[in-house]
Ligand binder design. Structure first.
Ligand code: CP
Ligand code: NVA
Length: 312
């Protein structure tokens, strides 16, 4: 079982593997846009186990798997034995004998790790409290489409040092760019959860404007992530000065992009004028979840498919 390749956090893949995924995502996107069928995963089944809400992740995996010729089955805790105490280990044994790949959205990172340790098939992290790797593949692919390679660029993260921030931190290490991070006091990076190898790719700024200065990409996320709803009111007060505003966009480079994984709370973490403005690429970012995850499914199930030999 240990030889199965899983995707549980961004650092599970190296730069060379991301270069492959970005090239494949571009090719797969082109087929989709041209209405050309590409069905390499006929008869393959994706199981999606979601313990938290989702629009983009669920839809992009489900639609993506079908477009590759396979099928997808959605399970939630309420309707399965997972909600009645069946262990993660037992569930992994059974589910992985009836499927070819599994996506899990859950709370603790440990849950996806325990599932993967008992799975015969690849397991993909569809978001945990600590990481959201599929999101950042799409984000960096979107940057690549609009601005070219991200290596050597500066990305500013404004807001909560949450699962999405941890994944950006890992991506900065793997893909060699700089991440400026600004969070309110008490909401900073947890190096254990972020699981970083060194601290040379990120810099912390107490002032969000200082973090945003001259960056190539500004990005943020909700102030209250799923599972932390009880802290909503306190967080609204604590994060009030960490809104990405038009004034903040103006200190970034003139060609800087704005990204947000969505869903968004306009008027909280970002002003409507920014997310609905000309520098925002959030709709491309959301669409690219599907194209990049199709490349990920292809890679985990079929290995390195060469574009020149891909049958149409
Ligand atoms: N960005 C993202 O993962 O969205 P969903 O929660 O809708 O899946
Ligand atoms: N940080 C957010 C991301 C949602 C896609 C959350 O975990 O709720």
């Amino acid at each position: 079982m240990s030889r199965v390749k899983h995707y549980l956090q961004f650092s599970d893949f190296g730069r060379d593997e991301y270069d492959h995924l970005f090239a494949r995502a571009a090719w797969i996107k082109e087929q989709f846009k041209s209405y050309r069928q590409y069905w390499p995963l006929i008869d393959r089944t994706l199981v999606m186990i979601f313990e938290k809400a989702s629009t983009r992740t669920r839809l992009s995996f489900e639609a993506g798997m079908q477009q590759l010729g396979g099928s997808a089955i959605y399970l939630n805790k309420r309707d399965s034995q997972l909600g009645r105490g069946e262990s993660v280990e037992d569930a992994a044994q059974v589910i992985s004998r009836m499927s070819d790949v599994v996506v899990i959205r859950t709370f603790e990172q440990e849950i996806v790790e325990r599932f993967a340790a008992n799975s015969r098939v690849p397991v993909i992290n569809g978001l945990t409290d600590d990481h959201h790797p599929c999101q950042i593949i799409a984000d960096i692919f979107t940057f690549l489409e609009h601005r070219g390679p991200i290596q050597g660029k500066t990305v500013a993260w404004i807001g909560d040092a949450n699962n999405v921030c941890n994944t950006w931190l890992q991506a900065a290490e793997v893909l060699d760019f700089k991440l400026n991070v600004s969070t309110p006091p008490g909401y900073g990076i947890d190096p254990i959860k972020a699981n970083l190898h060194d601290s040379s790719h990120y810099q912390f700024f107490a002032d969000p404007f200082a973090a945003a200065r001259d960056c190539d990409l500004l990005t943020t996320d909700v102030w209250t992530s799923m599972g932390f709803e009880a802290e909503n009111e306190v967080r609204r007060r604590d994060f009030a000065n960490w809104q990405v505003s038009p004034e903040m966009m103006r200190v970034a480079r003139p060609e800087a992009l704005f990204m947000h994984c969505l869903p968004v709370h306009r008027g909280e973490e970002v002003a409507a004028a920014v997310i609905d403005g000309p520098q925002s690429v959030v709709w491309d970012e959301a669409e690219n979840r599907m194209h990049t995850q199709k490349a990920l499914l292809e890679y985990l199930l079929l290995g390195r498919v060469d574009a020149s030999t891909t049958p149409l």
